[in-house]
Design a protein around this ligand. Structure first.
Ligand code: ADP
Ligand code: TRP
Length: 321
């Protein structure tokens, strides 16, 4: 059985890029016979989130969002990183084994520093905490967006180093990147990202969603003029949602029967319907937040047992026990 594990930081509102890049692949994988682990990387989020009120809100929102979008806690072990102290202990052992040069080469650290984020020590050692998250559960595959590929490779490198020094303790993980999705563009055509303010949120209200869809950048063409669907970002979104007859829509683009405005209107209707049941589930879950908290506690109890068993093995392996 394949072990699939991924984590997400509670660092803001979930958007379509997160959905197609990271959430939908996990929900799909749940349908198979895989062993699934899914956690909220709240310790990682503390490298950048500094407002306690915002931090609490983000945590609550992400739990509700994931459960509403179809994460099934019976099939996926769902937990919070900070509920399992083994993550930070293993991260320390890995930090001590990790050459500074490996961390200095991390693109993500360099990018964040270039964007003006405070280069704190937590941000620098971030990849070793991420390695601990993955290695404690012997994950085979780690579904992530392209930007996280290097971090998973670093987890593999440090696992190899540990194994060759102390004996075969860790499974070597592989990044799993949805090739058909790649990088979802935002409203301005750049990568959709919270940091660029160009996102379309999953749980947006009707009015804002309409406004956001209307502001997707398109070329200017006369009414009735034919459009090549392959060059239209609105059409690209229709392709991702897969709910309309795409051949029919493409023919309407080519004949000039539908323009960008019409296509955006259709996209709004599609998306509003696509996330309807998730929206309804989210409202219900929010009313019963105590149950969500119980789900998280049950997940943490199960995850802690697996993590502690591995940590014990590691403590013995390095001789601290
Ligand atoms: P953001 O760039 O908005 O801060 P995160 O870093 O929180 O997003 O990403 C969470 C997950 O969603 C990661 O696995 C990431 O690779 C994926 N992801 C984020 N944006 C996109 C995008 N535009 N296209 C595809 N995947 C994405
Ligand atoms: N660094 C990841 C991100 O920003 C989140 C993350 C933390 C993660 N630990 C992980 C992802 C372990 C996969 C596996 O998106």
């Amino acid at each position: 059985m394949t072990r699939i594990l991924t984590g997400i930081q509670p660092s803001g509102q979930l958007h379509w890029g997160n959905y197609f890049g990271a959430i939908r692949p996990m929900i799909e994988a749940q349908k198979g016979t895989n062993e699934m682990f899914f956690f909220i990387a709240d310790l990682h989020a503390f490298t950048t989130v500094r407002d306690p009120k915002v931090f609490r809100e983000n945590q609550k929102n992400i739990l509700l969002d994931y459960l509403a979008l179809g994460l099934d806690p019976e099939k996926s072990l769902f937990y919070r990183q900070s509920d399992i102290p083994a993550h930070t202990e293993l991260a320390w052992y890995l930090d001590c084994l990790c050459p500074m040069g490996l961390l200095e080469r991390a693109h993500s650290f360099k990018d964040k520093k270039a964007k003006g984020l405070e280069a704190n020590a937590g941000l620098f050692t971030y990849p070793m905490l991420m390695a601990a998250d993955i290695l404690l559960y012997s994950a085979d595959k780690v579904p992530v967006g392209k930007d996280q590929k290097q971090h998973v490779e670093m987890a593999r490198d440090i696992a190899q180093k540990f194994n060759s020094q102390f004996g075969e303790a860790f499974t070597l993980p592989e990044p799993q990147i949805a090739e058909n999705v790649q990088t979802i563009p935002g409203l301005d055509g750049q990568k959709m990202s919270k940091s660029y303010g160009n996102t379309i949120s999953i749980f947006e209200n009707e009015k804002t969603l309409k406004k956001q869809i209307n502001s997707i950048k398109t070329a200017s063409v006369e009414m009735g003029e034919p459009i090549d669907p392959a060059t239209c970002s609105v059409f690209a979104f229709h392709t991702l949602f897969e709910t309309l007859d795409l051949d029919d829509l493409a023919a309407k683009y080519r004949s000039g029967e539908i323009g960008f405005g019409g296509s955006k209107k259709l996209l709004f209707e599609t998306v509003w319907e696509y996330f309807r049941s998730a929206r309804e589930r989210r409202t219900e879950l929010e009313k019963n937040f105590d149950q969500v908290e119980e789900i998280m506690q049950r997940g943490a109890d199960r995850a802690r047992k697996i993590a502690n068993k591995k940590l014990d093995e590691i403590r013995k392996g390095i001789g601290i026990r």
